[in-house]
Write a protein that binds this ligand. Sequence first.
Ligand SMILES: C[S@@+](CC[C@H](N)C(=O)[O-])C[C@H]1O[C@@H](n2cnc3c(N)ncnc32)[C@H](O)[C@@H]1O
Length: 153
Amino acid sequence: MQAQRACVDEVARLGLADGAPVLELGLGNGRTYDHLRDRFEGHPIFVFDRQVAAHPDCIPAGSHLRLGDFRQTIPVFLAAHRGEVGFIHADVGSANKAKSIALANVLAPSLSDLLVAGGYLACDQPIQLEDLVRIAIPGGDYCGCYHFYRRAG
Ligand SMILES: C[S@@+](CC[C@H](N)C(=O)[O-])C[C@H]1O[C@@H](n2cnc3c(N)ncnc32)[C@H](O)[C@@H]1O
């Protein structure tokens, strides 16, 4: 959680282009969504999950919620928002580590295509993709539990 917050806070410190969308993959209980909306006021935040199981105060408006499997909802979003997104926070992990890494890497090309050049991705899984260049997490690597990237270009 510290690593996750460090990534989010670093992107907020560096700043995004005016109005650049922010994506949250994995609403969960809404904790990170709450942090994102605090740090990225003025930016639309689109949230993806297969279900809503968050605290009632942390549920996005329906217009900014995309329900379903990431493997279906992300390509649909990409068709309308290629190269527009400033920051993606992808917290997609489950108890099965191998499946979680595989899921993140299946999504990675679409996530990269969603990002504006120089846009940021913070993910709970390691990603191997040439266009996504690993960058340091401020404050250390926090035991390697989080992964921070910048889109090349
Ligand atoms: C680790 S939790 C996210 C925690 C969240 N960031 C928070 O602050 O509570 C992962 C979330 O991803 C969702 N998820 C996992 N795999 C998914 C998939 N293939 N499609 C859609 N949602 C998925 C789960 O439903 C779960 O809510």
